[in-house]
Design a protein around this ligand. Sequence first.
Ligand code: G3H
Length: 526
Amino acid sequence: MINIPKDYQLDEIINHTEYLIDGEISSWKGKQANVYSTLLCDSEDKEPTLIGNTPEMSGEYALKALDSAHKAFNYGQGSWPTMKVYERIKCMENFVDRMVLKRDEIVKLLMWEIGKNLNDSIKEFDRTVEYIKDTIEEYKIIDRNGATFQNKSGVRALIRRGPLGVVLCLGPYNYPLNETFALLIPAIIMGNTTIFKPAKHGVLLIAPLLEAFKESFPSGVVNIVFGRGREIASPIMKTGKIDVLALIGHSSSAISLQDLHPQKSRLRLVLGLEAKNPGIILKDADIDLTVKECISGTLSFNGQRCTALKILYVHEDIKDEFLEKFTKAVDELKLGLPWENTLLTPLPEPGKPKYISDLIDDAVSKGAKILNRRGGKKQKNFVFPAVLYPITKDMNVYEEEQFGPVIPVISFNDISKPIADMSESNYGQQVSIFGQDVDTLGPIIDSMVNLVCRVNLNSACQRGPDIYPFTGRKDSAVATLSVHDALRSFSIRTFVASKDNDLNKNILREMIDSKKSHFIRTDYYL
Ligand code: G3H
């Protein structure tokens, strides 16, 4: 009998039937999809726990959500895209005040729905609130910078950033709150209107926020629908009425959705996709620090992070020492339930344990060994992380983004080997480099900054802090996200220009004084 602390028990099945379209929260009368948690099914005889159900909405309703967003944007003439900046900021402040009231409920659901441990679930919530607050402050700066006229070659200009249109937001299951909101919030505040469909897992935790969205934003600015991607996103894309596809997830989904859009050049993309970030350990690396960073880099949230270290390269000279300490540290890790705050927790995707086991079997059948004692031990909702060595390019775990607990290791004598592999790779998000000698590190860093978009020195890869740019080369991303960059990604520079003569000068002066335009103004919100 598992003892669940009272605060984290789910008292009853959550029948979530509501959706938000056109400023109305309505109850879905059609088919519901069951939501299961894998937390408690640690052996074959136990089934996942039914924790709730959510609407499985139809394409017809997806199109209603689109119509609502379209009407609210109204080709840029709607009240939201033309609203004064400080009024949009007020709506966002109102939203965040309401959101914080739902903290405990959402943290609990993060644990049950995706198995994220308590500390990381709290961090995900708090980080999202901070992200919204930082976004508000950053928007004020952008607005302030746009409050000055320029005058060049006899042309006076007031240049600001304007919204792009209707945004379809699709987030990932591993950060169902934070990463989705890292798309949704900047899109909304810049004056776009949105349709948002939660990810495959982490759906119930969005329900407590419907009311806050409804009460904080005008009708049609935020539309929230539930269901399968194929049913919801596909018909929306086919209409050609989406201006921005904002998606964090797999490139296969991003590509198939883009392909459905009839006007490719109109469609802007903000995408965070796969990565296979390497950890590269040079011969003079501080072993203890490297082991610590590689443990968190490969296995935080069981490796289910796009920024996880997904392959390790170790210099031959320190391979034995590193692997001895690293495998020992992996075997010491505890698997537990989220409220026990262990690094390892059950995997939320029912098919994931088999997928990870298959990767291990494939590597072993091609010559790799499982170096750690507990590696590959399987239970229904988990596979204990296996440290696999030596990895060769014909193994699936070399190529595929495992997004789970398995650690492939390659050894090298010459740094040109990992660099050549990174150059050949389809991915280019981040790298971690472990070493100390400046003469060696300098040229390596110079190569790597042009292969990925963040080089982490003696540190695991990560997205945060959120004021830093988060992006990738090649197939890893389109556009850049950070508090500042996301506001740019969801907007476009647009301006009013006039020949510098008295007629125009007088018009502009009068317009500013009379406050007749929300765009032509030189004041700003403090
Ligand atoms: O899944 C990818 C996330 O952006 C990773 O973020 O590095 O903060 O865990 P993180």
